[in-house]
Design a protein. Structure first.
Lengths: 113, 114
């Protein structure tokens, strides 16, 4: 069965500093990988996705992620964090014949002044 | 386009009561999903549908039933609510599965069962 691990429950980053959120997946076939963001009281919004091709994927709001098959990872990065980036971030993998997604438990990002 | 809408936004139930959550999408998507979100647990799939008239169980289906009588609507029912069903429920839809396709999420329904 597929699984997604986000090792960090909370991360605090200073505004303007760089950010990396970790995601590791377990899936036997070619994964379809996603990062979503959830602001307080809101639904989830897609940041970026990987399904083939270039392993460095660009997303919205200045985020990028790199797929590393050898490490089963899909880490999310941003060079300079803004206070508005404070939110919960979820990594997800497409599985089960690609009809469903399995989500990680999320990483809460706090941005300090 | 309204996207994915959920009704109601908030609800408080007593143990044993029943209710139905409605999800509607106006994007002509084939696939629809119901998730629950609990602190520290991420999103867990309850049931999903790959087309009108179809439903399938997800990771945590017990205590819930669903119906997809119309393509644009996906209903989640709780026949006899329990405190363990206190959660935030999200509906999502996607054109045809998740092969590189984004799931579009509704704003959520916050349910409290006393």
């Amino acid at each position: 069965a597929q699984s997604v691990t986000q090792p960090d429950i909370h991360i605090t980053v200073s505004e303007g500093a760089s950010l990396e959120l970790r995601c590791n997946y377990s899936y036997g076939a070619t994964p379809y990988l996603f990062w979503y963001v959830q602001s307080p009281g809101q639904g989830l919004q897609l940041l970026l996705k990987y399904f083939s091709g270039d392993t460095l994927v660009q997303g919205i709001k200045g985020f990028e992620a790199e797929f590393k098959r050898s490490q089963s990872s899909f880490n999310l990065r941003k060079p300079s964090v803004h206070w508005s980036d404070a939110a919960e971030y979820f990594c997800a993998v497409g599985a089960g014949g690609y009809s469903t997604l399995t989500f990680g438990k999320g990483t809460m990002l706090l941005v300090s002044p | 386009n309204a996207g994915v809408t959920q009704t109601p936004k908030f609800r408080v139930l007593k143990t044993g009561q029943s209710m139905t959550l409605l999800c509607a999408q106006d994007m002509n998507h084939e696939y629809m999903y119901w998730y629950r979100q609990d602190p520290g647990m991420g999103l867990r799939l309850i049931h999903y549908s790959v087309g009108e008239g179809t439903t399938a169980k997800g990771e945590v289906p017990d205590g819930y039933n669903v119906s997809r009588l119309k393509k644009q609507n996906f209903l989640l029912g709780l026949e006899s609510a329990a405190p363990s069903q206190t959660s935030v429920y999200f509906c999502a839809s996607t054109p045809e599965g998740v092969r590189g396709n984004e799931q579009f999420f509704g704003p959520g329904t916050r349910l409290t069962v006393l």
